[in-house]
Design a protein around this ligand. Structure first.
Ligand code: GTP
Ligand code: SPV
Ligand code: MN
Length: 589
């Protein structure tokens, strides 16, 4: 199917190692989709959902030990350990290839190897990159067909000598002790084995579009970021585009699809969704930063998604959607915790066991119908708020960048950096409480610079330097902000209602970009002046806004100490500009 000699040679070599019974090229056609679905249904790999209520929708369960990204099994395999940096797991490429080869050997015997040519970004876009994923999982193929642009057109663009990322995946025996997610930036190669979970196996996503792309971005002078992209259209029809980096399961999909709250509706704002997870950004010929969403689908967190919290997401997932690890209802539809009511009376849970509300496990805790990291895979084009720029080759111009995380304490609702360098420092010192999107202790606060800790394909100290450098190249860099929707009151409840109400904060952000919003200067940056955030139609308890914007000196001094500890891991590699910002902040306090 390809006329690319190097691609042919590579596919043959991988097939020789993995020994599939046959090789099938993915062309992207609808006949192909039907055929693959039929086969996956016949083996039980997926279940066809109620086609009247959820046309084109499928259901899948992963192994119970394989439900989130496994960061401890994820490696950057650069020749030199220093090039992976202190925040990444590292293995020498020779050792990594050898270890993985043992697991890949004959791993596809009795199975088919699918070759998926895919494009991250619109096909032919100067922002885009091409990959080819070889996999023995139909579930992966069906997901990649939604999440990326696949098939013939991609091969045609590759022609006989185009560059592509070599992506190899095998479920092998789904054994967690024989699972590795390996990145070889110097070889433009990804090898993933032993898993069947989204972020570990949809290799276009975190592996290529962030880890490999961040490495390429540094070499080629652009940026690959864990960011949503959205447009805010004001009543005059002008659209301001922003990008926002929040760690996994911290609200990117929700913000990107926001619907204006009742109280602000009459102002006439509209939100346009460009992307919900990844942004590739370049300085265009006008000297400003432009971004594309390299993906073509959403791989969103299901629990918590309902018609109130995210009506656009609910509308998006009514057809042609793959549901993973949610509750399967008796009528062949699906449900998850904090989904739309009513709570079903019974169903089959994400582990395939009978479920009913109130069921308790041996430990006395309630058994959930859906795994907390259960996901939906849906085409972006089905989203009512999708931007018509999603297929534009140059994307959209970015006016503001938001950083944010889950912080019960410390971080105010919103503040603005004094300038780009200060903003890079704010991003570099981001921290958030751990969520169900990755294995580890839930709720623990960890540093997560730019929400890229698990996704940076090289030494993070160099990554900070790259951010600083990009700022010097721009004629007008975006304003940088930090937001926190998750600040808690002394009783543990959230102080801010979040979701659609976040538009109030975005309005202030947008007006800051235009230079019309009032702000107060504080040691950490600019915060909204009193009454600068429009609260029409939103009644907060007395004193809540004061608490939301409070800057607690003692907490910040402790924070500064913790930042120093974090910086130590980078040693001399840490850019001096970051340390200088840290010292300035200390001085201002
Ligand atoms: P990844 O796909 O893992 O990168 O996650 P994400 O950043 O897209 O997060 P998502 O929008 O899926 O939200 C994850 C969780 O945060 C869901 O349970 C939401 O209900 C919750 N959440 C999102 N926005 C808000 C908010 O403004 N306030 C509060 N309190 N919770 C929110
Ligand atoms: C995340 O964890 O940040 C996700 C889901 O967006 S995954 O594709 O698993 O990485
Ligand atoms: Mn993500």
């Amino acid at each position: 199917m390809t006329i690319h000699p190097k691609l042919k040679r590579w596919v043959n070599a991988m097939a020789k190692m993995c020994h599939p019974d046959n090789i099938v090229w993915i062309d992207g056609s609808s006949e192909e989709k039907e055929r693959l679905e039929r086969e996956a249904v016949s083996t039980g790999e997926v279940i066809r959902l109620n086609q009247e209520k959820l046309p084109g929708c499928l259901y899948h369960r992963t192994d119970a030990n394989d439900v989130a990204r496994t960061e401890h099994l994820t490696y950057i395999c650069a020749k030199r350990k220093a090039d992976a940096g202190p925040t990444n797991n590292w293995m020498h490429p020779k050792e990594a290839y050898k270890k993985a080869r043992d697991i890949f050997s004959n791993s596809m015997a009795g199975r088919t190897m699918y070759c998926i040519p895919f494009s991250m970004g619109p096909i032919g876009s100067p922002f885009g990159k091409i990959g080819v994923e070889l996999t023995d999982s139909i579930y992966v193929v069906l997901n990649m067909r939604i999440m990326t642009r696949v098939g013939r057109d991609v091969l045609e663009t590759l022609n006989d000598s185009g560059e592509f990322t070599k992506c190899l995946h095998s479920k092998a025996d789904l054994n967690a002790d024989r699972r590795f997610i390996l990145h070889f930036p110097e070889d433009n190669t990804i090898w993933s084995v032993g898993s069947g979970y989204g972020g570990n196996v949809l290799l276009g996503k975190k592996c290529l579009a962030l880890r490999i792309a961040s490495y390429l971005g540094r070499q080629e002078g652009w940026m690959a970021e864990h960011m949503l992209i959205m447009g805010i259209e004001d009543p005059s029809g002008h659209i301001v585009y922003i990008a926002a980096a929040f760690p996994s399961a911290c609200g990117k999909t929700n913000l990107a699809m926001l619907l204006p709250p009742e109280g602000l509706k009459k102002k006439g704002y509209r939100i346009w969704t460009v992307g919900d997870d990844i942004a590739w950004m370049r300085i265009d010929t006008d000297g400003t930063l432009w971004a594309i969403n390299p993906e073509a689908g959403f791989f969103g967190v299901a629990p918590g998604t309902n018609s109130k919290s995210n009506p656009n997401a609910m509308a998006t997932i009514q057809k042609n959607t793959i549901f993973t690890n949610v509750l399967l209802k008796m009528d062949g539809t699906v449900w998850w915790e904090d989904g739309d009511p009513p709570i079903p009376e019974d169903g089959i849970d994400w582990r395939g066991r009978p479920w009913r509300p109130g069921l308790k496990g041996e430990d006395g805790n309630p058994i959930k119908g859906a795994h907390p990291n259960a996901r939906f895979t849906a085409p972006v084009y089905q989203c009512p708020s999708i931007s018509n720029r999603v297929d534009h080759h140059h994307g959209v111009p970015i006016s503001a960048i938001l950083f944010g995380g889950r912080r019960a304490l410390l971080s105010p609702l919103v503040y603005e950096a004094f300038n780009w360098q200060h903003g890079v420092y704010i991003g570099a010192t981001m921290a958030s409480e751990r969520t169900a999107a990755q294995y580890g202790k839930l709720g623990e606060v960890r540093r997560d610079p730019m929400a890229m800790l698990p996704f940076c394909g090289y030494n993070m100290a160099d990554y900070f330097r790259h951010w600083l450098y990009m700022g010097t190249l721009m004629k007008r860099p975006p304003n940088i902000f930090h937001v926190n929707w998750f600040r808690q009151d002394t009783d543990g409840g959230y102080l801010w209602p979040g979701y659609s109400e976040n538009l109030r904060v975005l309005e202030w952000v947008m007006d800051r970009v235009r230079g019309t919003a009032r702000a107060e200067k504080t040691p950490i940056g600019y915060i909204p002046a009193q009454e600068a955030i429009d609260m029409t139609g939103l009644e907060l308890p007395k004193g809540a806004m004061r608490k939301l914007l409070d800057i607690n000196r003692a907490e910040w001094l402790k924070e500064l100490d913790e930042q120093s500890e974090f910086f130590k891991i980078f040693g001399d590699a840490l850019p001096k500009e970051i340390l200088a910002e840290h010292e300035s902040l200390k001085r201002r306090f």
